[in-house]
Design a protein around this ligand. Structure first.
Ligand code: GLC
Length: 588
């Protein structure tokens, strides 16, 4: 099976190379935009609530902790803060298993704390973005408790129930995204229920209009609270196929990943159009869908005036080195051509329909970008500066993951037992089952574990990096004496100051926000270079993705003023390792 996977990866690589080599020769301009909505002009920031700031000493981040640090976000120029789920939850998947959508989990605070956070954020021109997890709930949600209580109650059809096969086994051979069968047997109903993720996360049945109405009610409840928008979790899985059938096994366990059987089932957009028209119309909120499985080419159906969301997180880029998401042990090398083509394809596809694009290099499910895209931790500050420049000058709304602005890197804990995330543990077990050694399985964990994005925020060099007075739920990364918010604020060459400077530049040189995008060195495999142009203003961005000095043609920056350099050495026509520069022309 390892071999079969290898062949599949090679085939996939050929496809990616083929599409990327086609796209790199196309470098037409993505148009400029004069009328932008508030969320297109701002910078978004993701808070992993559990890890941001603990105000009450229980070792778990909370809402009051966030309120106390809003000025940090203000300084970064952030206008939208995406909170990972903080609703009542047994925390089987750290909150992505919601037991009550209308209340706050006591570990994170109270509804009064949430109201205060929304208000205090608004005073600073920051809107709170809630994470709506509607593909599934917690198995402790009252809706599911009722649904499983009998085959004929008011909510019996709110989840996906199916009878066992004749031999009593699960209805299909689908493997859940977190490993193991996607079906769980329920003694009471004598039936199986479907869970795309953990057994504690039963999937809602969106085919039932009552379910669709209720998720709309949840969204309206939060709009009434004054939130600025929603991130729609795992949204590509909400529609299930009409018939449940076995798929061809893709691993030794005889199962097939559920993603290939249920993602983006025909008709899904109808549900989402209904959601949009009943919830969003007449408001100024924005929605961003987590749309794993939607390719850049398909984005035009999802965003834009006739689309279902304002933006869509598309996964091509973050999976650039991982041909098969369920197998962390098989990675592939990639080139800057391909890396660049993911941005361009998504930009072009969404632009075609007047859609918008969220720019992200990290989130709470992904490795730290320095490890992911920059090949390791040497020259850490320079690499972080290069990535920051890309994030904050690419066309679209940038999403910063907490800690990214401080230059965080992956954790590399020695044993799988040191890790907290359930999906990481499952990936490790899956690898062992596929015949990889413990060492190989751990290597995959070091590259891709979700815990890397979730370690506590490092505020200062005091105990627990100032995150908590108690015992942190996940260990603080040992580099906190050097990489922390207070120390970085004082160091003009820090990663944090690079972010603050870039954020200020965006607001002063607005073509970085609304300007047309054009790739200007489409064949260069070391420098990512583009212009952003609006009216008589043109910014030229050049980012060296290598550890070598590289040269470029100074004609590209003819008569332009240097408005930013991530390195202290400044030479026209030469970029130091990982240096990023921005030049500007203002034409008369
Ligand atoms: C999304 C979330 C992830 C979560 C999963 C199940 O992918 O980003 O953190 O585990 O959905 O809800």
């Amino acid at each position: 099976m390892k071999n079969k996977k290898y062949i599949l990866s090679v085939l996939l690589l050929i496809c990616v190379l083929f599409t990327s080599s086609c796209s790199i020769v196309v470098n037409e301009t993505v148009r400029n935009t004069s009328e932008l909505k508030w969320w297109q002009k701002t910078i978004a920031y993701e808070i992993y609530v559990r890890s941001f700031k603990d105000s009450d000493g229980d070792g778990i981040g909370d809402l009051n902790g966030i309120t106390s640090e809003l000025d940090h976000l203000k300084e970064l120029g952030v206008g939208a803060v995406w909170l990972t789920p903080c609703y009542v939850s047994p925390q089987a998947d750290n909150g992505y298993d919601i037991a009550d959508y209308y209340n706050i989990d006591p570990a994170y605070g109270t509804m009064e704390d949430m109201d205060r956070l929304i208000l205090e954020a608004r005073k600073r021109d920051i809107r709170i973005i809630m994470d709506l997890v509607f593909n599934h709930t917690s198995d402790e949600n009252e809706w599911f408790v009722q649904s499983r209580s009998s085959a004929d109650n008011d909510r019996s059809d709110w989840y996906i129930w199916a009878d066992p096969r004749e031999d009593g086994s699960a209805p299909t051979n689908w493997r859940s995204i977190f490993g193991g069968s996607a079906w769980e047997y329920d003694e009471n109903r004598g039936q199986y229920y479907l869970h795309t993720f953990l057994p504690q996360q039963p999937d809602l049945n969106w085919a039932n209009p009552e379910v669709r109405k209720e998720v709309g009610n949840v969204a309206k409840f939060w709009i009434d609270k004054g939130v600025g928008g929603f991130r729609m979790d795992a949204i590509t899985y909400i529609k299930k196929p009409a018939v449940f059938e076995d798929g061809t096994p893709d691993a030794e366990d005889g199962m097939v990943g559920i993603h290939s059987m249920t993602a983006n089932t025909d008709g899904i957009l109808d549900y989402l159009h209904e959601f949009k028209s009943s919830v969003q119309e007449g408001t100024d909120i924005f929605t961003v869908g987590e749309a794993n499985g939607v390719s850049a080419e398909d984005l035009d159906k999802w965003v834009g005036t006739d689309g279902v969301f304002d933006m869509v997180f598309e996964f091509g880029l973050v999976n650039i080195d991982l041909p098969d998401e369920s197998n962390w042990c098989e990675t592939r090398d990639w080139t800057l051509f391909e890396f660049r083509s993911f941005f361009q394809n998504s930009l072009r596809s969404s632009d075609k329909v007047g859609g918008w694009f969220p720019v992200f290099l990290e989130n709470h499910d992904q490795p730290r970008s320095i490890n992911h895209f920059m090949n390791g931790e040497d020259d850490r500050t320079a690499k972080a500066g290069a990535l920051a420049t890309l994030l904050l000058t690419m066309r679209g709304t940038p999403f910063i993951m907490q800690g990214e602005e401080l230059g965080y890197v992956n954790v590399d804990w020695a044993s799988i037992d040191d890790y907290n995330d359930i999906s990481t543990k499952n990936h490790y077990e899956f690898a062992l089952g596929e015949g990889y050694s413990e060492e190989e399985a751990m290597e995959g964990v070091h590259h891709f574990a979700r815990d890397s994005a979730r370690t506590p925020m490092q505020w200062d060099d005091t105990k627990n990096a100032g995150f908590t007075e108690g015992t942190p739920w996940l260990p603080v990364y040992p580099d906190y004496k050097e990489f922390n918010c207070t120390a970085e604020k004082e160091d003009p060459d820090s990663v944090l100051n690079c972010y603050i400077t870039l954020s200020r530049l965006r607001s002063e040189h607005t073509e970085l926000i609304d300007g047309a995008y054009k790739d200007i060195m489409p064949k260069n495999n070391s420098i990512f270079a583009y212009t952003r142009t609006n009216g008589n203003r043109q910014a030229t961005v050049l980012i060296n993705f290598t550890s070598e000095k590289v040269t470029y043609d100074t004609e590209l920056i003819k008569d332009a003023a240097c408005i930013f350099s991530s390195s202290s050495e400044e030479h026209e026509g030469i970029l130091s390792p990982y240096e990023a520069v921005i030049y500007e022309n203002v034409y008369q």
